[in-house]
Write a protein that binds this ligand. Structure first.
Ligand code: AHM
Length: 335
């Protein structure tokens, strides 16, 4: 007998019953993100056919070359979230400043979205998977007033929801509202995200490690020693150059993803607010760990700037713990 299909919308409404979000506004916000993801998926799948490939030529707020699909994805999410009036503001990797959304029908929006609309953008032109990363905060300031910076620079521990969409061999949306992690695969024949992975749990350890080996000589001693250890264990190196794709594999099969500091990126390359924190919430909810290469818990790092960067080691708990031991043993700080 065929298993009953549970769509993302049905799942969100059903899980809302377990939350104090009686107004349904978080549910509507999550559904808006699902809609935007379907639109982005359609364009990602035909990017080679329409004129949205190639480098736009501009640089984004953190100095990366912007691909046209980045801009398309950014604009679609902003457009979709502007319609329901549930979101008061958006922080995006593609925008230097906070995007304040106008009120809809006088509604006092309670939520702020932080996002990387298209992560792994260097992969777009070569048909390698990319993803959308998002996090949702409840605003701290009074909903009748202007959005304030404090509404947007909350620590990861204050996230009410986070998720990602991976546009790969299939398109999967994975999210958490703090009570476990669930995955929904897009069924193009009905245009719905359908529950495909319930209550996802990361293996305690795995056979994969994911790091840009090309920077090996630029890493600190403790990171080089840990990477040597992974190699000595004959772990398999898998690095796609898209954080969402690399961490998605690790979430399913176990392993560790590392983006340490280098001379080029002394504080790491990945952004804390809309890349590291949402992925850390998901991995922790699935039983994993996420720390900086300086051993701070990612979700607890104070956020002072919306484009702040962080180093990251994220994945299976036993492997993150082992990496921590290498840092404690070889770090110059402890020498
Ligand atoms: P992007 O926002 O320009 O795509 O940069 C983020 C990406 C991550 O998805 C990925 O993990 C990392 O950059 C790869 O960086 P590198 O090419 O330095 O290894």
């Amino acid at each position: 007998m065929n298993k009953k299909i549970v769509t993302l919308d049905e799942f969100i409404i059903k899980s809302q019953k377990g939350h104090d979000d009686a107004t349904g506004s978080l549910s509507r916000l999550l559904r808006d993100i699902g809609i935007a993801s379907k639109i982005i998926n359609r364009e990602v799948n035909k990017a080679g056919l329409v004129n949205i490939l190639g480098v736009e030529g501009s640089e984004n707020s953190t100095g990366d070359m912007v691909q046209k699909l980045d801009i398309f994805a950014n604009e679609k999410i902003i457009e979709c979230l502007s319609m329901s009036g549930e979101c008061a503001a958006i922080v995006s990797e593609e925008n230097e400043d906070i995007i304040k959304l106008p009120s809809v029908n006088g509604k006092k929006a309670q939520y702020v979205l932080v996002m990387d609309p298209l992560d792994g953008s260097s992969n777009i032109d070569v048909n390698v998977s990319v993803g959308t990363i998002f996090g949702i905060y409840k605003r701290k300031s009074d909903a009748s007033g202007e959005i304030e910076l404090e509404d947007c620079i909350q620590t990861g521990l204050d996230l009410v929801a986070s998720g990602y969409v991976l546009y790969g061999t299939s398109t999967i949306l994975v999210y958490t509202t703090g009570s476990g992690v669930n995955g929904f695969t897009l069924d193009p024949s009905i245009g719905e995200f359908c529950l495909s992975h319930s209550d996802m749990k990361i293996p305690a350890a795995g056979n994969y490690y994911s790091v840009n080996q090309g920077y090996y000589l630029k890493f600190d001693l403790e990171m080089r020693r840990y990477i040597d250890h992974c190699s000595d264990l004959n772990l398999r190196l898998r690095y796609i150059g898209s954080m969402v794709s690399d961490i998605h594999r690790i979430l399913f099969q176990g392993g560790i993803f590392l983006y340490p500091n280098t001379r080029k990126y002394p504080h790491g390359k990945l952004r804390l607010l809309y890349e590291c924190n949402p992925m850390a919430m998901i991995v922790e909810q699935a039983g994993g760990k996420a720390i900086t290469c300086g051993l701070e818990r990612i979700l607890a790092i104070p956020v002072t700037n919306i484009h702040q960067k962080a180093t990251i080691a994220i994945g299976s708990p036993d492997m993150v713990d082992e990496m921590q031991k290498f840092v404690e043993r070889y770090s110059a700080v402890n020498a």
